[in-house]
Design a binder for this molecule. Sequence first.
Ligand SMILES: Nc1ncnc2c1ncn2[C@@H]1O[C@H](COP(=O)(O)OP(=O)(O)OP(=O)(O)O)[C@@H](O)[C@H]1O
Ligand SMILES: [Mg+2]
Length: 253
Amino acid sequence: MTELLRAEHISKRFGPVTALRDVSLRLGRGEVLGLIGDNGAGKSTLIKTLCGFHRPDSGRIVVDGEETTLRSVGHARSLGIDTVYQDLALVDQLSVYHNMFLNREVVRWPFLRNRAMRKLARQHLDEIGVDIPDVTVEVARLSGGQRQAIAVARSVYSARRVLLLDEPLAAMGAKEGAQILDLIADLKARGDIAMILIVHNYAQVLDVCDRVNLLQHGTITFDKPTAETSLDELTDLVVSEYRRRRATGTGGR
Ligand SMILES: Nc1ncnc2c1ncn2[C@@H]1O[C@H](COP(=O)(O)OP(=O)(O)OP(=O)(O)O)[C@@H](O)[C@H]1O
Ligand SMILES: [Mg+2]
């Protein structure tokens, strides 16, 4: 499998907090990697390091075979790395369709006009099947799940190599969540895009991911194809770790 993204020995501190200690992972073309771990384990920090938002304190990032210093989110996007953030990053005062093309109009659609953007936004949202009646409405007036759908839709349609999805299902109802999972499966079926998907629901991880990595104590402690693991194993891994820490009095929430 062609490797599209590799991280080697990444570390990242925020003052006294070590969010990432020594993280190495690899991502193949067409692959969906599930990233799991407790709250505060460093998952979002890792995603934000791989998309150029945070500069790692140490370690290497290799994009499609080339070692790269990601200078900014825009730089990563120009290399085909797109991100759906946990904290969304939509602009409240802009319309749905303007948000869908935010920072993307120049990259992908240099000559697009408003009318064409409205039409494309409508078309993309209809394809996903998420119900947003009016794409000219300000995003501030939408529900949490609708906002998340827009964030996912715009990245799904602009991703060229790597798509990083940080809890894209968190605010979704059951139907909309299933639609987003279908969308991820469709994108995977295209075969040329690699994805990292952060989801807390292990059944969903097993459903759509090819491989699963567990982030604990700032490093990857478990890496297996989903075909070789199970709901029980994943749950045990996380819960037994918590029980052990509790029993030995070394932390635990
Ligand atoms: N910008 C920041 N400044 C300071 N500390 C931060 C910053 N971002 C993250 N942290 C800290 O780094 C650690 C990892 O946070 P991160 O958001 O990566 O966790 P996570 O695995 O995504 O958790 P969750 O499942 O709750 O989303 C936490 O202790 C957090 O407080
Ligand atoms: Mg997070």
